[in-house]
Write a protein that binds this ligand. Structure first.
Ligand code: GDP
Ligand code: GDP
Length: 433
Protein backbone atom coordinates (compact mmCIF):
# COMPACT_ATOMS: atom_id res chain seq x y z
CA UNK A 1 0.00 0.00 0.00
CA UNK A 2 1.24 3.41 -0.63
CA UNK A 3 0.52 6.70 1.01
CA UNK A 4 1.29 9.52 -1.33
CA UNK A 5 0.97 12.96 0.19
CA UNK A 6 1.21 16.04 -2.01
CA UNK A 7 1.99 19.52 -0.75
CA UNK A 8 0.23 22.17 -2.81
CA UNK A 9 -0.07 25.94 -2.63
CA UNK A 10 1.13 29.16 -4.18
CA UNK A 11 4.83 29.98 -4.52
CA UNK A 12 6.53 31.34 -1.40
CA UNK A 13 4.00 30.14 1.12
CA UNK A 14 6.63 27.76 2.53
CA UNK A 15 5.96 24.45 0.79
CA UNK A 16 9.56 23.42 0.36
CA UNK A 17 10.45 24.53 3.89
CA UNK A 18 7.66 22.33 5.19
CA UNK A 19 8.72 19.50 2.91
CA UNK A 20 12.26 19.64 4.26
CA UNK A 21 11.07 19.67 7.82
CA UNK A 22 8.88 16.64 7.27
CA UNK A 23 11.38 14.45 5.44
CA UNK A 24 14.85 15.59 6.38
CA UNK A 25 15.31 13.53 9.50
CA UNK A 26 14.28 10.38 7.73
CA UNK A 27 16.17 11.09 4.53
CA UNK A 28 19.43 11.57 6.32
CA UNK A 29 19.25 7.98 7.43
CA UNK A 30 17.91 6.40 4.30
CA UNK A 31 19.91 8.13 1.61
CA UNK A 32 23.22 6.35 1.37
CA UNK A 33 24.29 8.08 -1.80
CA UNK A 34 25.43 11.32 -0.30
CA UNK A 35 26.34 14.15 -2.58
CA UNK A 36 23.35 13.42 -4.72
CA UNK A 37 21.42 16.65 -4.76
CA UNK A 38 19.31 15.92 -7.77
CA UNK A 39 15.95 16.54 -6.32
CA UNK A 40 14.72 17.38 -2.94
CA UNK A 41 11.06 17.38 -3.75
CA UNK A 42 10.26 13.74 -3.31
CA UNK A 43 10.99 12.06 -0.02
CA UNK A 44 9.90 9.38 2.35
CA UNK A 45 8.98 9.75 5.97
CA UNK A 46 6.99 8.16 8.72
CA UNK A 47 4.94 9.26 11.69
CA UNK A 48 3.31 7.18 14.40
CA UNK A 49 4.49 4.06 12.63
CA UNK A 50 2.93 4.92 9.29
CA UNK A 51 5.06 5.43 6.23
CA UNK A 52 4.34 7.96 3.56
CA UNK A 53 5.84 9.59 0.51
CA UNK A 54 5.83 13.31 0.32
CA UNK A 55 5.81 15.32 -2.88
CA UNK A 56 6.33 19.05 -3.02
CA UNK A 57 4.45 20.14 -6.12
CA UNK A 58 6.31 23.44 -6.16
CA UNK A 59 9.56 21.66 -6.73
CA UNK A 60 8.79 20.68 -10.28
CA UNK A 61 9.56 22.84 -13.21
CA UNK A 62 6.63 24.88 -14.33
CA UNK A 63 6.20 26.94 -17.46
CA UNK A 64 6.79 30.60 -18.17
CA UNK A 65 5.43 33.40 -16.03
CA UNK A 66 2.38 34.25 -18.08
CA UNK A 67 0.96 30.78 -17.66
CA UNK A 68 1.98 30.64 -14.04
CA UNK A 69 -1.41 30.49 -12.39
CA UNK A 70 -2.64 28.05 -14.98
CA UNK A 71 0.33 25.80 -14.28
CA UNK A 72 -0.25 25.88 -10.56
CA UNK A 73 -3.87 24.99 -11.09
CA UNK A 74 -2.81 22.04 -13.28
CA UNK A 75 -0.39 20.81 -10.66
CA UNK A 76 -3.11 20.93 -8.06
CA UNK A 77 -5.41 18.97 -10.38
CA UNK A 78 -2.75 16.34 -10.93
CA UNK A 79 -2.13 16.13 -7.20
CA UNK A 80 -5.86 15.69 -6.66
CA UNK A 81 -5.93 12.82 -9.16
CA UNK A 82 -2.76 11.06 -8.14
CA UNK A 83 -2.12 11.67 -4.45
CA UNK A 84 -3.85 9.99 -1.52
CA UNK A 85 -3.84 13.04 0.74
CA UNK A 86 -3.12 16.69 0.19
CA UNK A 87 -1.55 19.33 2.39
CA UNK A 88 -2.65 22.76 1.20
CA UNK A 89 -0.26 25.42 2.45
CA UNK A 90 -1.25 29.07 2.81
CA UNK A 91 0.62 32.02 4.24
CA UNK A 92 -0.73 33.85 7.28
CA UNK A 93 1.36 36.92 6.45
CA UNK A 94 -0.50 37.49 3.22
CA UNK A 95 -3.94 36.27 4.18
CA UNK A 96 -6.27 34.77 1.60
CA UNK A 97 -5.31 35.56 -1.99
CA UNK A 98 -7.48 34.94 -5.07
CA UNK A 99 -5.24 32.02 -6.01
CA UNK A 100 -5.81 30.45 -2.58
CA UNK A 101 -9.54 30.70 -3.14
CA UNK A 102 -9.20 29.07 -6.53
CA UNK A 103 -7.18 26.19 -5.11
CA UNK A 104 -9.63 25.80 -2.23
CA UNK A 105 -12.49 25.59 -4.73
CA UNK A 106 -10.75 22.70 -6.47
CA UNK A 107 -9.99 20.94 -3.20
CA UNK A 108 -13.46 21.31 -1.73
CA UNK A 109 -14.84 18.88 -4.32
CA UNK A 110 -12.32 16.20 -3.43
CA UNK A 111 -13.14 13.17 -1.33
CA UNK A 112 -9.54 12.60 -0.23
CA UNK A 113 -8.21 13.91 3.08
CA UNK A 114 -7.23 17.56 2.74
CA UNK A 115 -5.14 19.32 5.38
CA UNK A 116 -5.14 23.09 5.37
CA UNK A 117 -1.85 24.28 6.82
CA UNK A 118 -1.65 27.94 7.71
CA UNK A 119 2.07 28.55 7.62
CA UNK A 120 4.39 31.19 9.06
CA UNK A 121 2.47 31.22 12.31
CA UNK A 122 5.74 31.76 14.14
CA UNK A 123 4.19 33.19 17.29
CA UNK A 124 0.94 33.24 19.24
CA UNK A 125 -0.03 36.64 17.91
CA UNK A 126 -0.32 35.26 14.42
CA UNK A 127 -2.62 32.52 15.68
CA UNK A 128 -5.46 34.98 15.74
CA UNK A 129 -4.71 36.10 12.18
CA UNK A 130 -5.16 32.54 10.97
CA UNK A 131 -8.89 32.60 11.71
CA UNK A 132 -9.69 34.21 8.36
CA UNK A 133 -8.72 30.96 6.59
CA UNK A 134 -12.00 29.45 7.74
CA UNK A 135 -13.40 31.45 4.85
CA UNK A 136 -11.75 29.05 2.41
CA UNK A 137 -14.50 26.63 3.31
CA UNK A 138 -12.19 23.72 4.01
CA UNK A 139 -13.10 23.41 7.65
CA UNK A 140 -10.50 22.99 10.33
CA UNK A 141 -6.96 24.23 9.74
CA UNK A 142 -3.54 23.63 11.30
CA UNK A 143 -1.43 26.59 12.28
CA UNK A 144 2.20 25.78 11.71
CA UNK A 145 5.59 27.36 11.45
CA UNK A 146 7.67 25.40 8.99
CA UNK A 147 10.69 27.38 10.04
CA UNK A 148 10.60 26.56 13.74
CA UNK A 149 8.50 23.41 13.53
CA UNK A 150 5.70 24.44 15.82
CA UNK A 151 2.36 22.88 14.98
CA UNK A 152 3.84 20.38 12.56
CA UNK A 153 3.44 17.56 15.09
CA UNK A 154 -0.32 18.15 15.25
CA UNK A 155 -0.47 18.26 11.47
CA UNK A 156 1.40 14.97 11.24
CA UNK A 157 -0.81 13.36 13.88
CA UNK A 158 -3.89 14.23 11.86
CA UNK A 159 -2.23 13.07 8.64
CA UNK A 160 -1.06 9.78 10.11
CA UNK A 161 -4.58 9.01 11.24
CA UNK A 162 -5.66 9.00 7.60
CA UNK A 163 -2.70 7.01 6.29
CA UNK A 164 -2.97 3.34 5.52
CA UNK A 165 -0.95 0.89 7.55
CA UNK A 166 1.59 -1.15 5.65
CA UNK A 167 0.16 -4.40 4.44
CA UNK A 168 2.76 -7.01 3.64
CA UNK A 169 2.41 -8.30 0.11
CA UNK A 170 1.71 -12.01 -0.02
CA UNK A 171 2.46 -12.68 -3.64
CA UNK A 172 6.02 -13.80 -4.26
CA UNK A 173 5.94 -13.14 -7.98
CA UNK A 174 8.11 -10.37 -9.37
CA UNK A 175 6.23 -7.12 -9.67
CA UNK A 176 7.37 -5.09 -12.63
CA UNK A 177 6.38 -1.48 -13.20
CA UNK A 178 6.75 -0.12 -16.70
CA UNK A 179 7.47 3.56 -16.28
CA UNK A 180 8.64 6.44 -18.41
CA UNK A 181 7.65 9.73 -19.89
CA UNK A 182 4.56 10.02 -22.08
CA UNK A 183 5.03 8.49 -25.55
CA UNK A 184 8.18 6.60 -24.64
CA UNK A 185 6.32 3.47 -25.71
CA UNK A 186 5.21 1.99 -22.40
CA UNK A 187 1.83 0.78 -23.65
CA UNK A 188 3.37 -0.52 -26.86
CA UNK A 189 5.95 -2.42 -24.85
CA UNK A 190 3.33 -3.91 -22.56
CA UNK A 191 1.14 -4.88 -25.49
CA UNK A 192 4.07 -6.43 -27.32
CA UNK A 193 4.93 -8.29 -24.18
CA UNK A 194 1.58 -9.70 -23.26
CA UNK A 195 0.37 -10.05 -26.81
CA UNK A 196 -2.95 -8.36 -26.52
CA UNK A 197 -4.32 -4.90 -26.52
CA UNK A 198 -5.40 -4.52 -22.99
CA UNK A 199 -4.45 -0.93 -22.27
CA UNK A 200 -7.89 0.43 -22.63
CA UNK A 201 -7.88 4.16 -22.71
CA UNK A 202 -10.23 5.56 -20.17
CA UNK A 203 -11.12 8.97 -18.90
CA UNK A 204 -12.32 7.91 -15.52
CA UNK A 205 -10.32 9.70 -12.87
CA UNK A 206 -9.08 7.51 -10.09
CA UNK A 207 -8.92 4.32 -12.14
CA UNK A 208 -5.22 4.12 -11.50
CA UNK A 209 -5.76 3.45 -7.85
CA UNK A 210 -7.32 0.09 -8.49
CA UNK A 211 -5.24 -1.00 -11.43
CA UNK A 212 -2.25 -2.30 -9.61
CA UNK A 213 -1.25 -5.93 -10.09
CA UNK A 214 -2.11 -8.16 -12.99
CA UNK A 215 -0.58 -11.58 -13.24
CA UNK A 216 1.00 -12.82 -16.45
CA UNK A 217 2.82 -15.82 -17.69
CA UNK A 218 4.91 -15.05 -20.71
CA UNK A 219 8.08 -16.54 -22.16
CA UNK A 220 8.06 -19.05 -19.35
CA UNK A 221 8.08 -16.45 -16.59
CA UNK A 222 5.39 -15.66 -14.08
CA UNK A 223 5.22 -12.03 -13.11
CA UNK A 224 2.87 -9.27 -12.13
CA UNK A 225 2.69 -6.07 -14.09
CA UNK A 226 2.16 -3.04 -11.93
CA UNK A 227 0.47 -1.09 -14.59
CA UNK A 228 -0.51 2.51 -14.54
CA UNK A 229 0.66 3.21 -18.06
CA UNK A 230 -1.87 3.84 -20.72
CA UNK A 231 -4.64 4.65 -18.36
CA UNK A 232 -6.28 8.03 -18.54
CA UNK A 233 -4.19 8.84 -21.58
CA UNK A 234 -6.68 11.27 -22.95
CA UNK A 235 -6.96 13.18 -19.73
CA UNK A 236 -7.38 16.91 -19.82
CA UNK A 237 -4.03 17.28 -18.19
CA UNK A 238 -1.18 18.38 -20.40
CA UNK A 239 1.01 15.33 -20.50
CA UNK A 240 4.34 16.94 -21.06
CA UNK A 241 4.20 18.48 -17.63
CA UNK A 242 7.12 17.02 -15.77
CA UNK A 243 5.17 16.84 -12.56
CA UNK A 244 2.56 14.70 -14.26
CA UNK A 245 5.14 12.17 -15.42
CA UNK A 246 6.57 11.96 -11.94
CA UNK A 247 3.21 11.55 -10.24
CA UNK A 248 2.28 8.76 -12.64
CA UNK A 249 5.50 6.96 -11.86
CA UNK A 250 5.56 7.34 -8.09
CA UNK A 251 2.80 4.94 -7.19
CA UNK A 252 3.81 2.31 -9.72
CA UNK A 253 7.41 2.42 -8.56
CA UNK A 254 6.57 2.25 -4.90
CA UNK A 255 4.46 -0.77 -5.58
CA UNK A 256 6.94 -2.74 -7.67
CA UNK A 257 10.06 -4.83 -7.19
CA UNK A 258 11.66 -3.86 -10.46
CA UNK A 259 11.08 -0.65 -12.38
CA UNK A 260 11.38 -1.07 -16.12
CA UNK A 261 12.28 2.42 -17.24
CA UNK A 262 11.36 2.99 -20.88
CA UNK A 263 13.30 5.68 -22.75
CA UNK A 264 12.47 7.01 -26.20
CA UNK A 265 15.65 6.56 -28.23
CA UNK A 266 14.70 9.40 -30.55
CA UNK A 267 14.64 11.83 -27.63
CA UNK A 268 17.51 10.50 -25.59
CA UNK A 269 17.84 10.40 -21.83
CA UNK A 270 16.51 13.66 -20.45
CA UNK A 271 15.53 15.33 -17.20
CA UNK A 272 12.21 13.51 -16.88
CA UNK A 273 13.86 10.17 -17.51
CA UNK A 274 16.45 10.96 -14.91
CA UNK A 275 13.76 11.82 -12.38
CA UNK A 276 12.04 8.51 -12.92
CA UNK A 277 15.28 6.60 -12.69
CA UNK A 278 16.09 8.43 -9.51
CA UNK A 279 12.67 7.65 -8.00
CA UNK A 280 13.37 3.96 -8.47
CA UNK A 281 16.84 4.25 -6.96
CA UNK A 282 15.53 6.26 -4.05
CA UNK A 283 12.93 3.58 -3.33
CA UNK A 284 15.61 0.88 -3.55
CA UNK A 285 13.84 -0.88 -6.38
CA UNK A 286 15.47 -2.96 -9.06
CA UNK A 287 15.98 -1.09 -12.31
CA UNK A 288 16.18 -2.09 -15.95
CA UNK A 289 16.57 0.62 -18.57
CA UNK A 290 15.03 0.00 -21.99
CA UNK A 291 15.99 2.22 -24.88
CA UNK A 292 12.88 1.83 -27.00
CA UNK A 293 12.21 2.73 -30.64
CA UNK A 294 15.68 1.52 -31.53
CA UNK A 295 14.25 0.68 -34.96
CA UNK A 296 14.05 4.40 -35.66
CA UNK A 297 17.72 5.08 -35.03
CA UNK A 298 20.19 5.18 -37.87
CA UNK A 299 23.04 3.09 -36.67
CA UNK A 300 26.73 3.28 -37.19
CA UNK A 301 29.42 1.14 -35.62
CA UNK A 302 29.45 2.86 -32.23
CA UNK A 303 25.92 4.21 -31.97
CA UNK A 304 24.82 1.77 -29.31
CA UNK A 305 28.02 1.98 -27.32
CA UNK A 306 27.98 5.80 -27.31
CA UNK A 307 24.31 5.92 -26.36
CA UNK A 308 24.89 3.57 -23.49
CA UNK A 309 27.98 5.42 -22.25
CA UNK A 310 26.05 8.68 -22.22
CA UNK A 311 23.29 7.19 -20.08
CA UNK A 312 25.71 5.62 -17.64
CA UNK A 313 27.24 9.02 -17.14
CA UNK A 314 23.84 10.47 -16.32
CA UNK A 315 22.89 7.80 -13.82
CA UNK A 316 26.18 7.78 -11.92
CA UNK A 317 26.99 6.68 -9.30
CA UNK A 318 24.36 3.94 -9.67
CA UNK A 319 25.64 2.66 -12.99
CA UNK A 320 25.48 -1.09 -12.43
CA UNK A 321 22.19 -1.25 -14.29
CA UNK A 322 21.17 -3.26 -17.37
CA UNK A 323 20.57 -1.07 -20.42
CA UNK A 324 18.86 -2.80 -23.34
CA UNK A 325 18.05 -1.52 -26.79
CA UNK A 326 14.62 -2.66 -27.86
CA UNK A 327 11.77 -2.00 -30.20
CA UNK A 328 8.24 -2.48 -28.98
CA UNK A 329 7.18 -2.15 -32.59
CA UNK A 330 9.28 -4.95 -34.06
CA UNK A 331 9.41 -6.80 -30.71
CA UNK A 332 13.18 -6.81 -30.90
CA UNK A 333 14.67 -7.99 -27.58
CA UNK A 334 11.45 -7.76 -25.58
CA UNK A 335 11.95 -11.30 -24.34
CA UNK A 336 15.45 -10.34 -23.26
CA UNK A 337 13.96 -7.37 -21.42
CA UNK A 338 11.72 -9.57 -19.29
CA UNK A 339 14.45 -12.11 -18.75
CA UNK A 340 16.69 -9.31 -17.49
CA UNK A 341 13.99 -7.93 -15.22
CA UNK A 342 13.61 -11.39 -13.67
CA UNK A 343 17.37 -11.55 -13.09
CA UNK A 344 17.31 -8.16 -11.39
CA UNK A 345 14.41 -9.35 -9.24
CA UNK A 346 16.52 -12.35 -8.16
CA UNK A 347 19.53 -10.13 -7.49
CA UNK A 348 17.43 -7.93 -5.26
CA UNK A 349 16.38 -10.91 -3.15
CA UNK A 350 19.89 -12.26 -2.93
CA UNK A 351 21.25 -13.15 0.50
CA UNK A 352 24.95 -13.65 0.93
CA UNK A 353 25.76 -16.05 3.78
CA UNK A 354 27.70 -14.27 6.50
CA UNK A 355 30.66 -16.63 6.37
CA UNK A 356 31.03 -16.25 2.64
CA UNK A 357 30.69 -12.49 2.90
CA UNK A 358 33.33 -12.19 5.61
CA UNK A 359 35.72 -14.48 3.86
CA UNK A 360 35.61 -12.45 0.68
CA UNK A 361 35.32 -8.95 2.10
CA UNK A 362 37.78 -9.17 5.00
CA UNK A 363 40.34 -10.46 2.58
CA UNK A 364 39.62 -7.53 0.33
CA UNK A 365 39.88 -5.03 3.21
CA UNK A 366 43.20 -6.50 4.30
CA UNK A 367 44.67 -5.57 0.95
CA UNK A 368 42.74 -2.31 0.61
CA UNK A 369 42.69 -0.66 4.01
CA UNK A 370 40.78 2.57 4.41
CA UNK A 371 43.19 5.51 4.29
CA UNK A 372 44.45 6.56 7.73
CA UNK A 373 42.87 9.71 9.05
CA UNK A 374 44.67 11.99 11.51
CA UNK A 375 47.10 9.16 12.13
CA UNK A 376 44.32 6.76 13.06
CA UNK A 377 43.72 3.48 11.31
CA UNK A 378 40.31 2.07 10.57
CA UNK A 379 40.03 -1.67 11.07
CA UNK A 380 37.07 -3.48 9.61
CA UNK A 381 36.39 -6.58 11.62
CA UNK A 382 33.14 -8.14 10.62
CA UNK A 383 30.34 -7.74 8.13
CA UNK A 384 26.87 -9.03 7.57
CA UNK A 385 23.93 -8.58 5.28
CA UNK A 386 20.85 -7.30 7.08
CA UNK A 387 17.58 -9.26 6.83
CA UNK A 388 15.97 -6.41 4.89
CA UNK A 389 13.80 -6.67 1.75
CA UNK A 390 16.57 -5.07 -0.32
CA UNK A 391 20.32 -5.60 0.01
CA UNK A 392 21.86 -3.76 2.94
CA UNK A 393 25.22 -4.49 4.47
CA UNK A 394 26.80 -3.51 7.74
CA UNK A 395 30.55 -3.32 8.19
CA UNK A 396 31.69 -3.21 11.79
CA UNK A 397 34.85 -1.31 12.52
CA UNK A 398 36.60 0.70 15.22
CA UNK A 399 36.27 4.20 13.71
CA UNK A 400 33.28 4.33 11.36
CA UNK A 401 33.28 8.13 11.40
CA UNK A 402 36.51 8.13 9.41
CA UNK A 403 35.09 6.17 6.51
CA UNK A 404 34.73 8.47 3.54
CA UNK A 405 32.05 8.33 0.90
CA UNK A 406 34.61 7.30 -1.70
CA UNK A 407 35.62 4.31 0.38
CA UNK A 408 31.98 3.33 0.79
CA UNK A 409 31.60 3.38 -2.96
CA UNK A 410 34.79 1.38 -3.35
CA UNK A 411 33.33 -1.23 -0.98
CA UNK A 412 30.03 -1.24 -2.82
CA UNK A 413 31.77 -1.80 -6.14
CA UNK A 414 33.62 -4.75 -4.68
CA UNK A 415 30.37 -6.26 -3.41
CA UNK A 416 28.88 -5.83 -6.86
CA UNK A 417 31.89 -7.39 -8.49
CA UNK A 418 31.91 -10.39 -6.17
CA UNK A 419 28.23 -11.16 -5.83
CA UNK A 420 26.38 -9.61 -8.81
CA UNK A 421 23.81 -7.08 -7.72
CA UNK A 422 23.22 -5.74 -11.20
CA UNK A 423 20.20 -3.46 -11.35
CA UNK A 424 19.84 -3.27 -7.59
CA UNK A 425 20.59 -0.32 -5.31
CA UNK A 426 22.60 -1.44 -2.29
CA UNK A 427 22.86 0.29 1.06
CA UNK A 428 26.06 0.13 3.07
CA UNK A 429 26.61 1.11 6.67
CA UNK A 430 29.82 1.32 8.63
CA UNK A 431 29.11 0.88 12.32
CA UNK A 432 31.10 0.80 15.50
CA UNK A 433 31.88 -2.67 16.70
P1 GDP B 1 7.56 27.62 -1.50
O1 GDP B 1 7.79 28.46 -2.71
O2 GDP B 1 6.10 27.52 -1.19
O3 GDP B 1 8.22 26.28 -1.56
O4 GDP B 1 8.17 28.42 -0.26
P2 GDP B 1 9.57 28.25 0.50
O5 GDP B 1 9.57 27.06 1.35
O6 GDP B 1 10.66 28.40 -0.50
O7 GDP B 1 9.53 29.50 1.46
C1 GDP B 1 9.39 30.82 0.98
C2 GDP B 1 9.96 31.79 2.00
O8 GDP B 1 9.18 31.73 3.20
C3 GDP B 1 11.37 31.46 2.42
O9 GDP B 1 12.08 32.64 2.57
C4 GDP B 1 11.19 30.76 3.75
O10 GDP B 1 12.32 30.91 4.59
C5 GDP B 1 10.00 31.45 4.32
N1 GDP B 1 9.26 30.61 5.27
C6 GDP B 1 8.88 29.33 5.10
N2 GDP B 1 8.22 28.88 6.19
C7 GDP B 1 8.21 29.88 7.07
C8 GDP B 1 7.68 30.03 8.41
O11 GDP B 1 7.12 29.11 9.01
N3 GDP B 1 7.84 31.23 9.01
C9 GDP B 1 8.46 32.27 8.37
N4 GDP B 1 8.58 33.41 9.03
N5 GDP B 1 8.98 32.17 7.14
C10 GDP B 1 8.85 31.00 6.49
P1 GDP C 1 3.30 5.52 -23.85
O1 GDP C 1 2.67 6.88 -23.72
O2 GDP C 1 4.64 5.52 -23.16
O3 GDP C 1 2.43 4.41 -23.42
O4 GDP C 1 3.65 5.33 -25.41
P2 GDP C 1 2.89 4.50 -26.53
O5 GDP C 1 3.08 3.05 -26.34
O6 GDP C 1 1.48 4.99 -26.63
O7 GDP C 1 3.72 4.91 -27.80
C1 GDP C 1 3.82 6.25 -28.25
C2 GDP C 1 4.04 6.26 -29.75
O8 GDP C 1 5.30 5.67 -30.08
C3 GDP C 1 3.00 5.45 -30.51
O9 GDP C 1 2.71 6.13 -31.71
C4 GDP C 1 3.71 4.13 -30.79
O10 GDP C 1 3.22 3.50 -31.97
C5 GDP C 1 5.13 4.58 -30.99
N1 GDP C 1 6.10 3.51 -30.60
C6 GDP C 1 6.14 2.85 -29.43
N2 GDP C 1 7.17 1.96 -29.43
C7 GDP C 1 7.78 2.08 -30.63
C8 GDP C 1 8.92 1.43 -31.23
O11 GDP C 1 9.59 0.58 -30.66
N3 GDP C 1 9.25 1.84 -32.49
C9 GDP C 1 8.55 2.79 -33.17
N4 GDP C 1 8.97 3.11 -34.40
N5 GDP C 1 7.49 3.41 -32.63
C10 GDP C 1 7.09 3.07 -31.38
Amino acid sequence: MSNIVAIVGRPNVGKSTLFNRLVQRRDAIVDSVSGVTRDRHYGKSDWNGKQFSLIDTGGWAIGSDDVFEEEIRKQVEIAIDEADSIIFVVNVEEGITPMDTEVANLLRKVKKPIFLAVNKVDNAMRDADAVEFYNLGLGEYYTISSINGSGTGELLDALAEKLEADIPVENELPRFAVVGRPNAGKSSFINALIGEDRNIVTDIAGTTRDSIDTKYNRFGFDFNLVDTAGIRKKSKVKEDLEFYTVMRAVRAIEYCDVAIVVIDATRGFEGQDENIFWLAEKNKKGVVVLINKWDLIEKETNTMRDFEAKIRKEIAPFTDVPILFISALTKQRIFKAIETAVEVFENRKKRIPTSKLNEAMLDFFKNNEPPAYKGKYVKIKFCTQLPTPTPQFVFFCNLPQYIKESYKRFTENKLRELFDFTGVPIVIYFRKK
